[in-house]
Design a protein around this ligand. Structure first.
Ligand code: GDP
Length: 408
């Protein structure tokens, strides 16, 4: 894959405490990206609803270990990330293969003990995150309390990118603090269409104060910006703010925070935009590390010989086993042989498929950065490395340094 298309790939997980709305959010993301991908930009609320109803009849599959969708010319692979501590090894496996994550919180429940466990795991893997505070429509929704919990319980540095327009069941939009626009979720399209407006007068003071805070936090991330800010230059261009937020997120210095109500399609487009804008591509993460045949440590750039990690095996009624792979370097073609480094055996990859919301697409080859499912592997187990036979690389095995204690 060329660097350019790799730059336009996002491999993400959605981390959430049970009941925070992960299923709903994933479904809405798949609906929305499906609509916009097929129809171009969505202006017509009715067309969206027709499409959603058709899709609902056929059933959206979100039980796959990885589902691919498209947004604004980017390919987003959503890797299923279990939210429950009981599945901690599965959580670790999924964290191992993703580059960035959306951490979902309920606007009422906030940070739950289990969210803390998964958050710490993601810290250990150095995974950049954005936070989505969901269920802003619920009575008792309090995003400021959640933000406080992000600071005190998760010890992260949240950066609020939006303030809500309306509270609880009157939550009707957000004020985007970067562009300083009011984004209103249109009720006629059941929230799927977003209308950008001037900020209503009664919100202007709050919005200006919140933006000032945002600008100050952004300046603290960049010495040059801070210097000119302290000299009185507070008028920072929007693209500079965005770039600095992206860098701060990738360096794990901040967690951008967005608001929404997935159930009513509210905030989904802004969440997708933030995934594309702020989360890393496979080019932004360090080269994969492993050991060569002599046991020497080795890191491998994306252009290097083929290497991939099998992170999940699912039984499929039509094809038998589907082995989900994250390709780290090089490429592999359907029908070719690969070397399973753990089993010390050659294996043939029959077919390669990509799982979409409601269909699977057969592809000829998988390249660095891709998340795909291989059909026909016989010996490969979860956690095994597949590699070029002539340049074997054993990817680092997963470490589980801390025993996980369930909190009742
Ligand atoms: P998961 O366990 O994290 O996958 O959560 P689900 O997506 O299954 O959602 C749990 C419950 O919360 C369901 O009853 C959803 O309908 C509800 N829910 C999800 N998103 C929202 C939201 O934005 N607002 C409200 N009020 N309810 C929501």
């Amino acid at each position: 894959m060329s660097g350019d298309s790799l730059n336009r790939t996002r491999n993400i997980g959605i981390m959430a405490h049970i009941d925070a709305g992960k299923t709903t959010t994933t479904e809405r993301v798949l609906y929305y990206t499906g609509v916009s991908h097929r129809m171009g930009e969505v202006h017509d609320g009715q067309a969206v609803m027709d499409w959603m109803e058709q899709e609902q009849e056929r059933g959206i599959t979100i039980t796959s270990a990885a589902t691919v969708c498209e947004w604004k010319n980017h390919r987003i692979n959503i890797i299923d990330t279990p939210g429950h501590v009981d599945f901690t090894i599965e959580v670790e496996r999924s964290l191992r293969v993703l580059d960035g994550a959306v951490a979902l919180f309920c606007a009422v429940g906030g940070v739950e003990p289990q969210s803390e466990t998964v958050w710490k795991q993601a810290d250990r893997y150095g995974i950049p995150r954005i936070a989505f505070i969901n269920k802003m429509d619920r009575s008792g929704a309090d995003h400021l309390r959640v933000i406080d919990m992000l600071k005190t319980r998760l010890r992260t540095n949240p950066l609020l990118l939006q303030i809500p327009l309306g509270t609880e069941d009157r939550f009707r939009g957000v004020i985007d603090l970067v562009s300083m626009k009011a984004l209103v979720f249109d009720d006629d399209s059941r929230g799927m269409r977003v209308i950008a407006q001037e900020i209503p007068a009664e919100y202007l003071d709050d919005a200006q104060n919140a933006r000032q805070q945002l600008v100050e936090s952004v300046c603290e991330l960049d010495d040059e910006l801070l210097e000119s800010y302290l000299e009185g230059d507070t008028d920072i261009p929007v693209d500079r703010i965005q770039k600095t937020i992206r860098k701060g997120t990738l360096d794990l210095k901040i967690t951008p925070v967005l608001l929404g109500a997935a159930f009513k399609n509210k905030g989904i487009q802004q969440l997708l935009d933030a995934v594309v804008e702020f989360l890393p591509s496979p080019m932004d993460v360090p080269p994969v590390e492993g050991k060569d045949a002599q046991g020497q440590s080795l890191s491998r750039e994306v252009e290097g010989p083929f290497s991939a990690l099998a992170f999940k095996i699912m039984n499929d009624p039509y094809t038998g086993n589907l082995t989900f792979l994250r390709v780290y370097s090089g490429k592999v073609t359907a029908g070719s042989s690969v070397f399973n480094v753990n089993a010390d055996k050659k294996e043939r990859i029959g077919r390669i498929v990509q799982m979409h919301a409601n269909q699977r697409e057969e592809i000829k080859e998988a390249r660095a950065g891709d998340i795909v499912a291989a059909v026909g592997l016989k010996y490969t187990k979860t956690g095994d490395t597949l590699s070029d036979e002539n340049a074997p690389l054993l990817l680092e095995s997963m470490e589980f340094p801390e025993p996980v204690i369930s909190i009742a």
